[in-house]
Write a protein that binds this ligand. Structure first.
Ligand code: ADP
Ligand code: ASP
Ligand code: MG
Length: 409
C-alpha cells in the first residue's frame, strides 16, 4: 500500500464531466489499495475571471482582499470532487488550505509555504477517507488567507507530498509530460522521459508553465520525485528528479519562451556608485522581481539602464521609476510590453562551448534582432520582439536537434 498524492490542474477539472473523470481516476487509485490525497485547482479560466473582477473593481486592490477573492475558485472544485466521490460510495472529505492548515508567510499573492500540519490528513486516511485539498491557498500566522502565485497548486501538491513523505507525487495536466518545448506551439516537440530538478527549474522560470517554479524548488529541497502526466490517458509521463549521468550527455534539453515580461529603460543616468541601488531597492521593497538588467557603456559620465519586470507588475514598477528618475537626474524613460524572452536550457552546457554562438547565428539567419542577453551555467536567454516568438522557438528547436524523430510515438 502506498501513499499517493495527485494534483489535477484547471483543465482537468474544467467541467462537471471532467471532474467525474477525475473522480474515477482517484477512485481507481484508492481501489488499488492506496491512501489517496488529492490537490485540485480551480476550474479552467476561473482564476483569470476572478483576477479580472479585482482589476475592474479598482486600480490597486488591497492584497489581502485580492487573495480572499482569487482563492475561491479552488473551494468550488474541492467540494464538487468530494461530492462526486461520495455519490460513488467513497468516503471523501474536502479541506481548504486554512483548515489543514497550510501555513504560509504573509506575502499575499506570492506566499511561501512554511509548514503543513499533517494531523487531520493522517487521521482521515486511517479511517479510509480520500482527502481533497484546495491548491494555491494557505493561511498566514495572523489568520489571513494567502495565495501562492499563479500555478501555485503544483506547489501545494509537492509540499503536501513532502509533508506526508508520500511515495508518489503525480501532477495531472492537459499534456502527457514535460516536452522539449511547449507542444502547443511546436508539434515536433518531443516528450522528455526524465529531467533533472535544475533543468526543470530553469524551464519553469523561463516560461514553461507546465510546473510552477516553486513546486520544483520544493521537490528539489525535499527530494520529491514528480511524475507529470496526462489526466486524459494512462501513458507514463515525465519524471522530474535528481540529475543522473545519462542526463549530462544531453547538450540542450529544451527551449522555453516567456511573453509575460515588460522592458523598462532609464536614460542618461549618472554613472556613479549608488545609482543602481537607488533604482532597484524600491522595486525590491515593493516585491517586484527584476529579471534581466543591462547597463550600457557610459558616455560622458552618463549611462542607460534597461531591465525587465513581470507585465503584471509593470504599472507598479513604472510608478516607482517615475518617482526615482528626477531624484537621480535621469534624462528620460521608456517602456514596452512588446517583448519575449527565448531561452535554450541544458545541463550539458556546463561542459560544452558553442551553444551561445549557435543560438545567435540561428536567430540572425531569420533576421531576428537580439535586444538583451543573459546567461547562467545551464541556460542562455535572449530578449527579442514578441512577434518573432514562435519563429524563434521553432528554428532553435530544430537547430539544436530537438525535433522528434519519425520513429518517436
Ligand atoms: P494545469 O491547468 O494542469 O496546471 P498548465 O496550463 O498550468 O496546466 O500547464 C500545462 C501547459 O503547459 C500545457 O498545456 C502546455 O501548453 C504548457 N507548456 C509550456 N511549456 C511546456 C513544456 N515544455 N512541456 C509541456 N507543457 C508545456
Ligand atoms: N487556480 C490557480 C491559477 O490559475 C492555481 C493553479 O491553477 O495552480 O493560477
Ligand atoms: Mg498549472
Amino acid at each position: 500500500m502506498a501513499l499517493v498524492v495527485q494534483k489535477y490542474g484547471g483543465t482537468s477539472v474544467g467541467t462537471v464531466e471532467k471532474i467525474r473523470n477525475v473522480a474515477k481516476r482517484v477512485a481507481k487509485t484508492f481501489d488499488d489499495g492506496n491512501d489517496v490525497v488529492v490537490i485540485v485547482s480551480a476550474m479552467a479560466g476561473e482564476t483569470n475571471r476572478l483576477v479580472a473582477l479585482a482589476d475592474d473593481m479598482c486600480e490597486f486592490p488591497s492584497e489581502r482582499e485580492y487573495d480572499v477573492l482569487v482563492s475561491t475558485g479552488e473551494q468550488v472544485t474541492i467540494a464538487l470532487l468530494s461530492m462526486c466521490l461520495q455519490s460513488m460510495g467513497y468516503n471523501a472529505k474536502s479541506y481548504l488550505g486554512s483548515q489543514i492548515p497550510v501555513v504560509t508567510d504573509s506575502a499575499h499573492s506570492r506566499a511561501r509555504i512554511k509548514n503543513i500540519d499533517d494531523k487531520k490528513i493522517r487521521e482521515d486516511l486511517k479511517s479510509g477517507t480520500i482527502i481533497i485539498v484546495a491548491g494555491f491557498q494557505g493561511i498566514d500566522e495572523h489568520g489571513n488567507v494567502t495565495t501562492l502565485g499563479r500555478g501555485g497548486s503544483d506547489t501545494s501538491a509537492v509540499a503536501v507530498a513532502a509533508a506526508l513523505k508520500a511515495d508518489v507525487c503525480e501532477i495531472y495536466t492537459d499534456v502527457d509530460g514535460v516536452y522539449t518545448t511547449d507542444p502547443r506551439m511546436v508539434p515536433e516537440a518531443a516528450k522528455i522521459e526524465k529531467i533533472s530538478y535544475e533543468e526543470m527549474l530553469e524551464m519553469a522560470s523561463l516560461g514553461a508553465k507546465v510546473l510552477q517554479i516553486r513546486s520544483v524548488e520544493f521537490a528539489k529541497k525535499y527530494n520529491v520525485v514528480i511524475h507529470v502526466r496526462s489526466s486524459f490517458d494512462d501513458k507514463p509521463g515525465t519524471l522530474v528528479m535528481k540529475e543522473d549521468q545519462e542526463m549530462e550527455t544531453v547538450l540542450v534539453s529544451g527551449i522555453a519562451y516567456n511573453k509575460d515580461e515588460a522592458k523598462i529603460s532609464i536614460f542618461g543616468v549618472p554613472d556613479q556608485p549608488g545609482i543602481a541601488a537607488q533604482i532597484f531597492t524600491p522595486l525590491g521593497e515593493a516585491g517586484i522581481t527584476v529579471d534581466m538588467i543591462i547597463q550600457n557603456v557610459s558616455h560622458e559620465g552618463k549611462t542607460d539602464m534597461t531591465f525587465t519586470v513581470p507585465k503584471t507588475d509593470c504599472k507598479k514598477a513604472l510608478k516607482i521609476v517615475e518617482e526615482v528618475a528626477p531624484k537621480i537626474n535621469a534624462s528620460g524613460m521608456k517602456h514596452t510590453e512588446d517583448i519575449a524572452k527565448i531561452s535554450v536550457i541544458g545541463v550539458g552546457m556546463r561542459s560544452h562551448a558553442g551553444i551561445a554562438q549557435k543560438m545567435f547565428e540561428t536567430l540572425s539567419k531569420e533576421g531576428i534582432n537580439i535586444e538583451m542577453i543573459s546567461t547562467s551555467e545551464i541556460k542562455i536567454s535572449c530578449v527579442i520582439a514578441a512577434k518573432y516568438t514562435e519563429l524563434a522557438v521553432r528554428v532553435l528547436h530544430e537547430a539544436f536537434g530537438l525535433n522528434k524523430l519519425e520513429t518517436d510515438e
